[in-house]
Design a protein around this ligand. Structure first.
Ligand SMILES: NC(=O)c1ccc[n+]([C@@H]2O[C@H](COP(=O)([O-])OP(=O)(O)OC[C@H]3O[C@@H](n4cnc5c(N)ncnc54)[C@H](OP(=O)(O)O)[C@@H]3O)[C@@H](O)[C@H]2O)c1
Length: 245
């Protein structure tokens, strides 16, 4: 299937490694012009070389204004952003009683405001062009809370509501917005959890971790003109972990 992604202008955030990197790589392979961003210039340059991304921008999405400024830089450099993928590092850990107000503020900036800022910066131009695709990488925690990830459980669930508002307001302009909810996916972040094979089999009906490429393939379809009638959806890529409807 031709996804008609050739020469589409893409910004993938949090894309030096892991899920973001895989999404960027698949979109490059589909012929898109891809910009990637994250905190580390060294990692970005290495990744850009390996996957063929054309532009790199540093940003720290825990800081106010960085989501907005990185989208503005991408629009300036590429002449627009047709496809925006928001993604960033995982949240801080902590049960509710342990989460300080400053940790709430940091995770709110990183998981929520950076998304709002980047949407505000990207949507006007997409609207002008009568075309846009927005993908928000969140987590299965948005549907099924994970122990010890209180801020993620709370903030990420809210993004589903935000996406419904945007889907409603921007569908008439050829713009779709969808959420990708990864389950246990084989990235550096997950390696830190040191899950045993036995534990993975207990938790995941598919009996294995997800490959970031499996999520990225779906991202490429949703980012394509072919997915124009799918908007406001939260899609789990979790090997069957989440049992609810
Ligand atoms: N892997 C899983 O099993 C899983 C499951 C559910 C949800 N998720 C969520 O999916 C997202 C991506 O996870 P991943 O597994 O791909 O993680 P990862 O391999 O650690 O990659 C995170 C990416 O985000 C960048 N990043 C981290 N902090 C940043 C910041 N403050 N500002 C800008 N960029 C930042 C990192 O690059 P730099 O270090 O260069 O900044 C890196 O490119 C996370 O939000 C995670 O919570 C992952």
């Amino acid at each position: 299937m031709d996804l008609q992604l050739k020469n589409k202008k893409v910004l993938v955030m949090g894309a030096s490694t892991g899920i973001g990197r895989s999404i960027a790589e698949v979109l490059v392979q589909e012929g898109a012009e891809v910009a990637i961003c994250s905190r580390s210039l060294d990692k970005l340059q290495k990744t850009a070389k390996e996957i063929g991304a054309k532009h790199v921008f540093t940003c720290d999405l825990t800081k106010a204004g960085e989501g907005k400024s990185v989208v503005e830089k991408a629009i300036k450099e590429m002449g627009g952003v047709d496809i925006l993928v928001t993604n960033t590092g995982g949240p801080n850990k902590g049960n509710f009683a342990d989460v300080s107000d400053s940790q709430w503020q940091e995770d709110f900036q990183s998981l929520w405001m950076s998304v709002v800022e980047s949407l505000k910066a990207a949507l006007p131009k997409m609207k002008e062009n009568n075309y846009g695709r927005v993908l928000l990488v969140t987590s299965l925690a948005a549907k099924e809370p994970l122990n010890g990830l209180t801020t993620s459980n709370g903030l990420r669930a809210g993004l589903a509501g935000l996406s419904k508002s945007i889907a409603n307001e921007y569908a008439p302009f050829g713009i779709t917005i969808n959420l990708l909810l990864p389950g246990y996916t084989a990235t550096d972040r997950l390696k830190e959890l040191k899950l045993t094979d036995e534990r993975i089999k207990q938790m995941v009906p598919a009996g294995r971790l997800g490959d970031p490429r499996e999520l990225a393939d779906l991202a490429a379809f949703l980012a394509s003109p072919r997915a124009g009638y799918i908007t406001g959806q939260s899609i789990l890529i979790d090997g069957g972990v989440t049992r609810g409807y």
